[in-house]
Design a protein around this ligand. Structure first.
Ligand SMILES: [Zn+2]
Length: 190
């Protein structure tokens, strides 16, 4: 794991053999994970992994930005998601982060029901298509869509197997509109 990178909560940053758990991290079965969205740093003096908070000078969301958002609810014709990060910025997101992803903006193909493509709790990478009067997102491009998802039955991580996502814990299979780098993403770049 490289230093000075923005890390999502729950991501592994080191093992407990390499470093100790510091501020903004927790231990989980021999690995150290981020407990908050922030910037990874190694406190070399104390051999601790730290996640520093994003700079509190806020960044305004602009049309054309590529953002990360967490899916809050999936409705019959749209997905509601909360923008948590503007890619390329180590600053907190300001203003209204409550965004809408309309069914027609999900993929280039026809989507009948957003529930076949997204699920509550998914982390998605999306393009901002409108800021005012309301925040609108799109995930049509192949590098856009879900980058991280958990099983709707047991909340374990889903791993990509061909066109489907598979739960490593309970063998549940689920579908998503995934980004091309699902499971192997770097949120600091595209
Ligand atoms: Zn499962």
């Amino acid at each position: 794991m490289t230093k000075n990178k923005v890390i999502l909560p729950g991501e592994q940053v080191a093992t407990t053999e390499e470093l100790m758990s510091g501020e903004g991290t927790y231990e989980d079965n021999g690995v150290i994970r981020a407990s908050r969205l922030g910037v990874f740093e190694i406190d070399t003096k104390n051999r601790r992994a730290k996640i520093n908070p994003l700079t509190s000078v806020p960044v305004e969301i602009k049309t054309g930005n590529i953002v990360l958002a967490k899916v809050n609810s999936v409705r019959s014709n749209m997905v509601i998601a909360d923008v948590i990060h503007v890619i390329g910025k180590s600053r907190q997101v300001s203003g209204d982060t409550n965004a809408t992803l309309r069914v027609s903006e999900i993929s280039n193909g026809y989507t009948k029901d957003p529930a076949t493509e997204f699920s509550t709790g998914d982390i998605i990478r999306a393009k901002v298509t409108q800021v005012r009067p309301s925040l609108q997102l799109a995930t049509k491009d192949k590098d856009l869509g879900v980058i991280k998802a958990v099983c709707s039955k047991c909340r374990a991580s889903l791993v990509q197997k061909g066109n489907m996502l598979e739960c490593q814990n309970c063998d549940n299979k689920e579908r998503r509109k995934i980004a091309i780098d699902y499971g192997n993403y770097d949120i600091n770049k595209l």
